[in-house]
Design a protein around this ligand. Structure first.
Ligand SMILES: Nc1ncnc2c1ncn2[C@@H]1O[C@H](COP(=O)(O)OP(=O)(O)O)[C@@H](O)[C@H]1O
Ligand SMILES: [Mg+2]
Length: 392
């Protein structure tokens, strides 16, 4: 059995004793001598050979211990962190997990909960790293010219910058994709190539074939340059492609086509979220209504489609409340109207965050990405720790 080292940090003597007792039941865990000095703890864990577990009680000195968790998770790749607190809240758990802890249990410690959390950590040591938390977000409208490509490309780039995780941006506008123009890319490979080679695809293949945007974590999968290539693509191949990309990317952003074609519906079916883009005028709102009706027929959850009002102006004749009334849905996000900033970015072939970073529209894309990651993270945490939080 693989030997594991463990180090405990708690200001409560009784918590320390209980933890030591439970750990003594594991034959393969060596308990390391702990310290009150955080720099020393970091030193010990950095110099430990093999896998280790750091068990830290945040009932006191929260902030200092959060800083320590962050340092350990950055500097000790072989150490997994189990956090404890006598006062868990969604906010605290989120902070702890963001800092890099893998598991959390409340104090007073219940033996089964502790054993379960510790076993999960130990089990993960032997598991290959898999990314099953990928979120697929499609940007959709059944009309062109509404702002989909601008939103999809800027959102994908902001997500890559904020999360530092791998983000894929896929152009599903098979006949007239714009992403390569918007980002000034000349990719060597496109979606047809990817589908022809789907059996060979693994992480290395993906990261070397997809076009990386400058030195970011954004990878672009462009539309095929020839119409004929697009004709051969089947809806089920789109599903297969997404399933393959899921292991490598944390987010897949789809610039969907303005149609109800089978390939496009396959993309929407596979999405966790659909950003349904509209503008505050009557024809656009009617179209958006039709999309919502179709989504209902397709059996999508009411939450799946989120309304984004593009080119928003406060003095618009049609107000927010009117939009919400017509669509019977809340507006999820408003992107301000800024024709000058958007056009100058498109004409330069750079994202608006590069050409005009201080504009309202650049800020709006950035805030949307931040809001999205915060919400998804919160949802995950609440799901994961539902029992603990419900018992508060
Ligand atoms: N927030 C915005 N403010 C002003 N104009 C915008 C905005 N977003 C998009 N546009 C305009 O709409 C046009 C279409 O945008 P685009 O992203 O290509 O839409 P789609 O992909 O839906 O066809 C752009 O050329 C730009 O002129
Ligand atoms: Mg477009």
């Amino acid at each position: 059995m693989q030997k594991i080292s463990a180090l405990i940090l708690s200001d409560e003597i009784s918590t320390n004793e209980v933890l030591k007792l439970f750990i003594s039941e594991y034959d393969n865990i060596d308990l390391l001598e702990s310290s009150k000095n955080y720099t020393e703890i970091l030193d010990i864990l950095s110099n430990t050979i093999g896998k280790s577990v750091f068990i830290v009680d945040l009932s006191n000195n929260k902030q200092e211990k959060l800083d320590l968790i962050l340092k350990i998770s950055q500097q000790c790749p072989d150490c997994s962190i189990l956090a404890l607190s006598d006062n868990p809240s969604v906010d605290l758990i989120i902070k702890i997990m963001r800092a890099g802890a893998k598991e959390f249990i409340p104090v007073p410690i219940i033996k089964n909960e502790f054993i379960e959390a510790l076993n999960k950590l130990i089990y993960k040591f032997n598991e290959p790293k898999r990314n099953n938390k990928c979120k697929i977000i499609s940007v959709f409208s059944n009309k062109g010219g509404i702002g989909k490509t601008s939103l999809a490309s800027n959102l994908a780039l902001e997500l890559a910058k904020i999360t530092k995780e791998n983000v894929a941006l896929i152009d599903l506008n098979f006949q007239m994709g714009d992403i390569t123009t918007f980002l000034d890319l000349k990719p060597s490979f496109n979606i047809s190539y990817m589908l022809e080679n789907i059996d060979k695809i693994n992480e290395t293949f993906l990261l070397s074939t997809l076009e990386r945007y400058k030195n970011t974590n954004l990878y672009v999968l462009a539309d095929p340059p020839y119409f004929k290539q697009a004709d051969n693509i089947q809806p089920k191949q789109i599903t297969r492609l997404f399933n393959t990309l899921k292991d490598t990317f944390s987010y897949i952003i789809v610039d969907a086509e303005a149609s109800f074609d089978g390939k496009n519906i396959a993309a929407l079916d596979n999405s966790d979220v659909i950003f349904l883009v509209t503008v505050a005028n009557l024809p656009a709102l009617r179209n958006t209504q039709r999309c919502l009706e179709l989504f209902e027929k397709l059996g999508y959850d009411k939450d799946k489609a989120k309304i984004i009002v593009n080119r928003y102006m406060e003095n618009d004749e049609i107000k927010d409340t009117d939009v919400e009334k017509v669509l019977s849905r809340p507006i999820y996000w408003k992107i301000p109207n800024n024709y000058f900033a958007i056009m100058s970015a498109i004409n330069k072939g750079v994202p608006v965050s590069v050409s005009n970073p201080t504009t309202n529209v650049a800020q709006s894309y950035k805030d949307l990405a931040q809001n999205l990651t915060d919400n998804l993270y919160k949802q995950n945490m609440v799901q994961k720790f539902e029992n603990i939080l419900n018992n508060q």
